[in-house]
Design a binder for this molecule. Structure first.
Ligand SMILES: [Zn+2]
Length: 290
């Protein structure tokens, strides 16, 4: 009975605090559109508490293609000071779901069981929400090819906005700029570098857009079984955006937008659209600062 009372208190506490700790934050896979689009949640914990998820969206493409938007945290199991870039930037208190292969195992399950694809003939296409290490990293790409034996095809690509290309691929803490780590003053805080990029994956990067692209500029259309998803430019930093190369996905037919940042400043979208982002669960998504 005392236990039950304590639980009720916890529920009340967390409902009030939901901006910081969303209720019922879960890892695992969520359905967006049955058999067509899913999201796998890579989890980050602050101490024992789930902090947020970094989302990997999976779209059933046409032909051999499977589209992936977001990467999860990569290799991030036990907290350490010098074994992964997450702890370098965020401190030792944080830890993650596991190695990248734990996230890719779930993605692979969607591809092979729900999309009923044969790994040997899958063409992977990655889209980078923005250049931070919780949305693009070497380990995520590598796990497909070295752990799950997806073929590394010559037409496989990592699509990124041109403004975020350098940050994603510089392969150094804060791209070699100082002070680092410094979240407030260093624009390259949070770029991926450890483990460092294998050259064969750096070669997959394909920049889209132009440096001056305005909010909502269409950059590319991806064709999937759930219709066309338009890759569009998000707000630039000077307009309140997260990085200068953040990109969103929009589906006019399904009235859905997936934002490449959880930032409270977003390009406008119609009121009756479903808003999702690269952080947090789909049901009960909140808007914050990531
Ligand atoms: Zn970010």
């Amino acid at each position: 009975m005392r236990h039950l009372f304590f639980c009720i208190l916890c529920v009340l506490f967390f409902s009030c605090k939901k901006d910081k700790f969303p209720q019922n934050l879960v890892d695992g896979t969520e359905v967006i559109i049955e058999n067509q689009a899913y999201v796998v949640h890579s989890m980050i914990y602050a101490g024992d508490r789930p902090w947020t998820t970094s989302n990997i969206f999976i779209f059933n493409g046409l032909g051999d293609t499977v589209w992936l938007y977001g990467s999860g945290y990569g290799d991030f199991t036990d907290a350490c000071t010098d074994c992964n870039d997450n702890n370098f930037y965020l401190g030792e208190k944080m830890h993650g779901t596991g190695p990248a292969s734990a996230d890719v195992k779930e993605v692979d399950s969607v591809i092979t069981h729900l999309f009923r694809r044969n790994r040997d003939s899958v063409l992977l296409q990655f889209i980078v929400p923005h250049y931070h290490n919780d949305h693009i990293n070497n380990e995520f790409i590598d796990a497909f090819h070295t752990v799950f034996d997806y073929p590394l095809r010559s037409d496989e690509k990592i699509w990124i906005h041109t403004n975020d290309l350098f940050g994603a691929t510089c392969n150094e803490p804060c791209c070699g700029t100082e002070p680092c780590p410094d979240k407030k003053n260093n624009k390259y805080f949070g770029v991926p570098y450890l483990p460092s990029w294998k050259p064969e994956y750096i070669a997959l990067f394909n920049a889209i857009g132009t440096p001056q692209d305005a909010c909502d500029t269409p950059l590319k259309t991806i064709t999937t079984t759930s219709g066309n998803w338009i890759v569009t430019k998000a707000l630039s930093v000077q307009d309140g955006g997260h990085t200068d190369g953040t990109i969103n996905l929009k589906n006019y037919e399904k009235k859905m937008v997936i934002a490449g940042t959880k930032s409270r400043f977003q390009c406008p979208y119609p009121e009756d659209w479903q808003f999702m982002s690269v952080h947090g669960n789909i049901s009960g998504a909140t808007v914050g600062d990531e």
